[in-house]
Design a protein around this ligand. Structure first.
Ligand code: TEU
Ligand code: CA
Length: 584
C-alpha cells in the first residue's frame, strides 16, 4: 500500500480519556469536561491526533457510565452539551479529533426505551430488548428457570426476573444494563439516528463498546457450564450470525457519503484474527480497526482473577499472529492499557523505583513501533502504576465488587478469608486504571481540589505530569518522541513487519521495512543484561541508533548487540539488497 493510499488514522495516535478520573474543574472530586478542556494544551504537546472520551452521557453510573440513560446529552456530573461543543471546537482548533464511546449493545435500565419496554408484555417497545419466559415451563422466578444458563460478565445469571410481567430480560453485563435487541429494525434505526446526530454535531467517530456482541443466536442455546456454575454463552453472542450485516448496515446508514475524516474502532472481546480481517477490510465497510483481547488475556488463568505468569513467548506469538494476519488486508489497533485493564508497567513491566521508567518506555516503544494505530490511555504516558487498595472498601468497580461478593458468598460460614480475592483484585482489577490522573505532587495529585471519588495513588508525589513534562528522560518525553517518529517517518505506519527471535524468552525483536529503509526494534523484557543473537548483529550495531531509553550509548562488545535492563532501541539502515518489504 503506498503512502498515497494510506488512511489518515494509520499514522495517527489516539489518546483515551476516562472523564471521571482525568481532571476535576468544579471541585466535586469527579473529573469533568471543563477539566479536560483545561488540559488540551498538554495533550496537543504530547502530539496525539485523536481523543477518545469514555462515556460522559447521562447514566446512573452502575457501570461507571457504560449504562446510558440518554444518548444525546451530557451527564450533569461531567457538564453540559455546551461544554462538549466547546471541547470539540477547542480540540479541533488544536488539530485534534474527538471520538465518543458508542455503547449500544445495551442501555441503562433507566433509559426511557427500557422503562417503556418493561411497562407491560404488550408494550410497543417490548421487543426492543430480549424478554423471555421461564425455561421448560418451569415456574417463573424459580431457581434455574432462567431462559438460558448464561453467566453475566459481572457475576451471576445473565437474566433478570421481572416480577410484574413474569418474564426475564437479558443482560450480558450488569442487571442495570439490559441488552438491546438488534434483531428489531426499529432499534437499529434509533441507534443510527443517534449516531448521525453526533456526527452532524462535529464528532469525529466512535469507539464501539462490545460491538461484536450485538448479534445473538436467536435460538438462545445454553452454554457449557464453567467454574462459576453458569454457562458460557459467548459462542452464541460473540460475532453472532448477523454481525457483519449489522455493521455494514450501520456504515451505509451513518457513515457513507460523509466527506469528514472519521474513525471507527470496534471493541470486540473474543474476536479472532480471521474475523478481524473481515471487520477491518476496507472494501467491506464495517469498521476501521478493532480492539482484540488476546494479548490482555495471556496472563489469565481459568479467569482474569486467577492470573498466571506472563510469558514473553506468548505475547510474541499473539502479536506476531495479529501482525501477519492483518498485513495485507485490514488494520490493527495497538494498546496496552484502557479503563478495563491493569496498568501495563505493573503487569508486563517492573513498577519498582529502579525499573519503572525503563520498563514503561520499553513497553511503549515495542508497542508503538508495531504496524497499527496506537492508543495511549491516560497516565500511560507518565508511567502510572497500579493503584493501592487495602480493603474491599477501596474498590469502586462493579466487576470487582460483584466478584468479591460472589467469591465470599461461596466461602461458607465463619469470618471469610478475603486475602486471596483481594490479592487478585489488586493485581487485575479495573480500578487500577481508574485512579485519578496524576498532574502534580500536590494535594489530590492536582486532579481535584476535593477528595476524589477514588483514592489517588500516593506515588503521585514522584510520578506526575508536572515533573515529567520538561524532563527529557521522562516517560512523557519518550512517548512524545515515539508519537513524533510515527508522524515523521511513513515506515512506522506503513512499513512491513517481520518478527525476529520468536523463541527468545527475554528479547523482543522485529524489523519494519518500507521502500529502501529498514528499522530494527529491540526490547529487553527483563532486568538482566541480555545478548541479542541476530545473524547480522554486527551490521545493526554499526547502524544509526534512532531512539533508545538509556542516556548512555550502548556498551556492547564490538560487532555484537546486547541490551541492558529493560532497554529498548530502534536502529535504522538501508534495506539489504534483495530483501523486499512484503507491504509498503
Ligand atoms: O468492556 C467489555 C469487556 O469485555 C470488559 O468488560 C472486559 O471483558 C472486562 O472488563 C475484563 O475484565 C466494555 C467496557 O470497556 C467496559 O468498561 C464495560 O464494563 C463493558 O463493556 C460493558 O459496557
Ligand atoms: Ca467535577
Amino acid at each position: 500500500m503506498s503512502s498515497s493510499q494510506a488512511s489518515w488514522w494509520q499514522s495517527a495516535v489516539v489518546y483515551q480519556i476516562y472523564p471521571r478520573s482525568f481532571c476535576d474543574a468544579n471541585g466535586d472530586g469527579i473529573g469533568d469536561l471543563p477539566g479536560i478542556l483545561s488540559r488540551l494544551d498538554y495533550l496537543a504537546h504530547l502530539g496525539v491526533d485523536v481523543l477518545w472520551l469514555s462515556p460522559m452521557f447521562p447514566s446512573p453510573q452502575d457501570d461507571a457510565g457504560y449504562d446510558i440513560s440518554d444518548y444525546t446529552d451530557v451527564d450533569p456530573v461531567f457538564g453540559t452539551l455546551a461544554d462538549l461543543d466547546l471541547l470539540l471546537a477547542e480540540a479541533h482548533r488544536r488539530g485534534m479529533k474527538l471520538v465518543l464511546d458508542l455503547v449500544v449493545n445495551h442501555t441503562s435500565d433507566e433509559h426511557p426505551w427500557f422503562l417503556e419496554s418493561r411497562g407491560s408484555r404488550d408494550a410497543e417497545k417490548r421487543d426492543w430488548y430480549w424478554w423471555r419466559g421461564p425455561r421448560d415451563s418451569m415456574a417463573a422466578g424459580a431457581p434455574g428457570a432462567e431462559p438460558t444458563n448464561w453467566a453475566s460478565a459481572f457475576s451471576g445469571s445473565a437474566w433478570q426476573f421481572d416480577e410484574a410481567s413474569g418474564e426475564y430480560y437479558l443482560h450480558l453485563f450488569s442487571r442495570k444494563q439490559p441488552d438491546l435487541n438488534w434483531e428489531n429494525p426499529q432499534v437499529r434505526a434509533a441507534v443510527y439516528r443517534m449516531m448521525r446526530w453526533w456526527l452532524d454535531r462535529g464528532v469525529d467517530g466512535f469507539r464501539m463498546d462490545v460491538i461484536n456482541m450485538i448479534s445473538k443466536d436467536p435460538r438462545l442455546p445454553d452454554g457449557v457450564v464453567g467454574s462459576s456454575g453458569f454457562g458460557d454463552g459467548s459462542p452464541f453472542y460473540i460475532c453472532g450470525p448477523r454481525i457483519h450485516e449489522f455493521l455494514q448496515e450501520m456504515y451505509a446508514q451513518v457513515f457513507a457519503g460523509r466527506d469528514a475524516q472519521l474513525l471507527t474502532v470496534g471493541e470486540m472481546p473474543g474476536v479472532t484474527v480471521e474475523q478481524a480481517r473481515l471487520f477491518t477490510d476496507p472494501d467491506r465497510h464495517e469498521v476501521d480497526m478493532v480492539f482484540q483481547f488476546e494479548h490482555v488475556q495471556i496472563d489469565h488463568g481459568v479467569d482474569k482473577f486467577h492470573p498466571r505468569p506472563f510469558r514473553l513467548l506468548d505475547l510474541k506469538a499473539s502479536f506476531g499472529r495479529w501482525q501477519a494476519g492483518l498485513a495485507e488486508i485490514g488494520w490493527n489497533s495497538l494498546y496496552w492499557n484502557n479503563h478495563d485493564q491493569p496498568r501495563v508497567v505493573s503487569r508486563f513491566g517492573d513498577d519498582s523505583d529502579r525499573y519503572r521508567v525503563r520498563s514503561a518506555t520499553m513497553l511503549g516503544t515495542v508497542l508503538h513501533l508495531h504496524r497499527g494505530t496506537p492508543y495511549v490511555y491516560q497516565g500511560e504516558e507518565l508511567g502510572m502504576t497500579n493503584g493501592v487498595f487495602c480493603t474491599i472498601a477501596d474498590f469502586r468497580d462493579i466487576e470487582s465488587l460483584n466478584y468479591y461478593a460472589a467469591a465470599l458468598a461461596g466461602a461458607g460460614s465463619g469470618a471469610p478469608d478475603d486475602t486471596a480475592v483481594l490479592a487478585a483484585l489488586r493485581r487485575m482489577g479495573r480500578d487500577n486504571a481508574r485512579t485519578p490522573m496524576q498532574w502534580t505532587a500536590g494535594p489530590h495529585a492536582g486532579f481535584s481540589s476535593a477528595e476524589p471519588w477514588i483514592a489517588v495513588n500516593p506515588n503521585h508525589r514522584t510520578i506526575n505530569a508536572e515533573a515529567e513534562y520538561a524532563d527529557p528522560a521522562s516517560v512523557y518525553s519518550h512517548y512524545r518522541r515515539l508519537i513524533a517518529l510515527r508522524h515523521e517517518h511513513p515506515i512506522v505506519a506503513l512499513g512491513s513487519f517481520t518478527m525476529l527471535l520468536p523463541h527468545h524468552e527475554q528479547v523482543y525483536a522485529f524489523t519494519r521495512q518500507l521502500d529502501g529503509e529498514q528499522w530494527l526494534v529491540l526490547g529487553n523484557f527483563g532486568a538482566a543484561d541480555v545478548a541479542v543473537p541476530l545473524p547480522d548483529a554486527a551490521d545493526w550495531a554499526a547502524a544509526e541508533l534512532l531512539l533508545s531509553n538509556y542516556p548512555t550509548a550502548p556498551q556492547d562488545a564490538p560487532a555484537e548487540l546486547g541490551l541492558r535492563a529493560w532497554e529498548c532501541r530502534i536502529y535504522r539502515r538501508a534495506a539489504p539488497a534483495g530483501v523486499s518489504s512484503a507491504t509498503g
